[in-house]
Design a protein around this ligand. Sequence first.
Ligand SMILES: Nc1ncnc2c1ncn2[C@@H]1O[C@H](COP(=O)(O)OP(=O)(O)OP(=O)(O)O)[C@@H](O)[C@H]1O
Length: 306
Amino acid sequence: MILKAENLSHRYSRAWAIRDINIEIAEHGIVGLLGSNGAGKSTTMNIICGTLNQTEGEVFINGINKRKNPEAVKREIGFLPQQAPLYTDLTIDEFLVFSAELRLIDKKQIKKAVEEVKDKCGLSHISSRLIKNLSGGYRQRVGIAQAIIHKPKLVVMDEPTNGLDPNQIIEARKLIKEIAREHTVLLSSHILSEINLLCRDIIMIESGRIVFSDTMDAFNNYTKANAILVKFDNPPSKEALLQIPGVESVEFLNPSQVRIHYNGDEEMNARLINASAQQGWKLREIGQDKGLLDDVFKQLSSQSNH
Ligand SMILES: Nc1ncnc2c1ncn2[C@@H]1O[C@H](COP(=O)(O)OP(=O)(O)OP(=O)(O)O)[C@@H](O)[C@H]1O
């Protein structure tokens, strides 16, 4: 177990920001921490990485208790906070040497570690540039480089693609996937599709509590909207649709568009297409109704208030 967080709670002055957070992460792959703004993602990550001390609970990294042995734990962790901690008046080379020294990498190994990490993060060709002259995407790469320079087991990234433009996001995702081949990655986002694209497991946090924690596949099954949106040029009656096996209810959104709730049967689309062809309903559009995902979110989020 690379990370184990037990009953973590944190209070800033009076209000509890997180409550009873339990997380277990086995080695390798990318785990996503999903939650809306203020849900408690940064607080959780700052505690895991040792930049904030929890009010209650324990964190173990690779079996080592953070409270009892913070230095040993920090050796196993790389952290990219929401605001990358960059000295912008330094060049990339200078900054990475400085980061390596902070991480107590052996003096003789520093040059090699810097070259390796620059190569991994696609920074070698611009290494003598001042950080302040870099684009957002390259700054983020430098942020990632400082997080992995000491080859930690766990790399924690707080909203790593936030604020990047679409091309930079694609590049950053590629780099994160590469990094996950050698390190376990925990990253946060408030965007579900981001987590869906990158992560093997998902932990959803709302109002400081975990409301869902499982594989991405399990999450997608859970949130699968068992409804289909269909458009007909020659729409059938409600009764005719209800006769199709598996259809549970039928909602006409307008005279030609229907939302069909069904029992989750995978053959449902095929059955609708066949019925339409046989009975001349002239099916024009058919697709899964994703609008219901919002309802699932509300349902998951409201659990955190109980
Ligand atoms: N230094 C602080 N002092 C007091 N309250 C804080 C502090 N930092 C965060 N909070 C509160 O704790 C709660 C959790 O905040 P946190 O930053 O962990 O959430 P988040 O999920 O990371 O959100 P965001 O994506 O907006 O950063 C929020 O209600 C926030 O207002």
